[in-house]
Design a protein around this ligand. Structure first.
Ligand code: ST9
Ligand code: ZN
Ligand code: ZN
Length: 355
């Protein structure tokens, strides 16, 4: 199936765009059927345990752990977060920039710490999420409700429609990378070491932390925290927030999510222009540490071919499909026409020396 096949209801790469402002030819239709859920008890039990352990870890984080353990947990959060945002998401799922092998090695290590499955599997699900957004072929279809899009989708078997349409996905770029193939092949060995064993052992050996604090704070609490932040992009950012770029889709600009998700909460922009390496507009690097990270590696030449969308195209799209909440092109913007400025009714104007 070609990436721009007619049943797709979201763009994935820039080649899918059919209009000058980079949209699909038709307005996306978002709906799901009511397929019977097949529970996966192994996951239900594992996630229940994880969240109970993480609550205890949160308590120990506040009242018992050494400060070094807490700082270590925070550093792991940023590293594994970048493994998802700069790695699995912006580099591998969306090809929004290219990375030389040393950066790919760093990212794959960070990604393994995060335990969100191998980057190849993550990117495969995520490409489905963009291409078939809010339909049965979207792994975490938000039309099934907050709980399903947050964690519920990991507790049941996938919809048959997802598996059927998924067969048409082109993943050849991912399988062509030996670093990604290596990670997938040895995932069940590397992941427990990176996500649980080292985070528990390091605090005990290097600053004399207790095993309990090492395990519950740096492993359980930190892991569950990052998972929930990631899942909030699928749940909260598909539900709450403005839609300045495309009001016809559910993904929204959610600043609170961006704050914790290293810049991944600008979700209306991201679903509108998914191949933009910033996942947000130019100049909008606030709350977007991932962009700062990629820009740093671009400076030293390890990240290159960074793709972004021009102001002009963003503007056209905002005007055509936005919900009117866009923060740019307000009063006095360089594109604001002189006629409109002159015609406007202004009360006590004081700031118009240039006119
Ligand atoms: C986790 C992932 O939490 C979280 C991802 C979130 C994504 C967020 C995106 C938001 C944007 C980015 C923001 C980042 C912000 C980060 C901030 C950080 C600070 N296409 O999967 P199976 C076929 S993971 C094509 O087993 P089941 C395929 O043939 C948590 N085909 O389905 C496959 O065989 P194979 C830890 C597909 O049996 C076969 O179906 N991990 C696709 O229905 C079977 O696939 C876990 O807990 C596709 N997309 O089981 C594990 N998918 O694989 C959780 C499937 O051999 N997962 N096929 O090729 C599972 O246990 C299972 O997947 C399941 C479904 C029970 C959920
Ligand atoms: Zn999304
Ligand atoms: Zn994406």
């Amino acid at each position: 199936m070609a990436p721009n096949s007619s049943d797709a209801n979201g763009v994935l790469f820039e080649t899918d765009a059919a209009t000058p402002d980079l949209a699909l030819p038709n307005t996306p239709i978002q709906q799901a059927d009511s397929y019977p859920r097949k529970y996966v008890w192994r996951n239900i039990i594992a996630f229940t345990y994880l969240h109970i352990a993480a609550l205890y870890g949160g308590y120990l984080f506040l009242f018992s752990a050494k400060w070094q353990t807490n700082v270590f947990a925070y550093i792991l959060y940023v590293m594994s977060g970048l493994g998802i945002t700069a790695g699995a998401h912006r580099l591998w799922a969306h090809k929004s920039y290219k990375a030389k092998w040393p950066l790919r090695v760093i990212l794959v290590i960070f990604n393994t710490l995060a335990f969100q499955d191998s980057a190849i599997d993550w990117a495969r699900d995520h490409r489905m999420h963009h291409k078939y957004s809010e339909t049965d072929a979207d792994p975490h279809n938000a039309t099934r409700g907050f709980f399903f899009s947050h964690i519920g989708w990991l507790l049941v078997r996938k919809h048959p429609e997802l598996k059927r349409k998924g067969k048409g996905l082109d993943l050849s770029d991912l399988y062509a990378d030996p670093i990604l193939r290596f990670q997938k092949k040895y995932y069940l060995l590397l992941m427990p070491i990176g996500c649980f064993i080292l985070p528990t052992i390091i605090p005990v050996y290097f600053w004399g932390e207790t095993w309990t604090n090492g395990y519950f704070v740096a492993a359980m609490f930190r892991y569950a925290f990052i998972l929930n932040v990631t899942w909030l992009v699928n749940s909260a950012a598909h539900k709450w927030g403005d839609k300045p770029y495309d009001k016809n889709i559910q993904p929204s600009e959610n600043m609170s999510v961006s704050l914790f998700a290293l810049g991944e909460g600008f979700h209306n922009y991201h679903h509108t222009f998914p191949w933009d390496y910033k996942t947000a507009e130019l100049g909008n690097n606030r709350l977007n540490f991932t962009t700062t990270f990629i820009n740093f590696f671009a400076k030293i030449g390890w990240a290159y071919d960074l793709k972004t969308v021009s102001d002009e195209i963003v503007k056209q799209r905002v005007n055509r499909t936005g919900d009117g909440s866009h923060h740019l092109w307000g009063w006095g913007d360089k594109d604001h026409s002189k006629e409109e400025i002159r015609a406007a009714i202004r009360i006590n104007p004081t700031d118009d020396k240039e006119e």
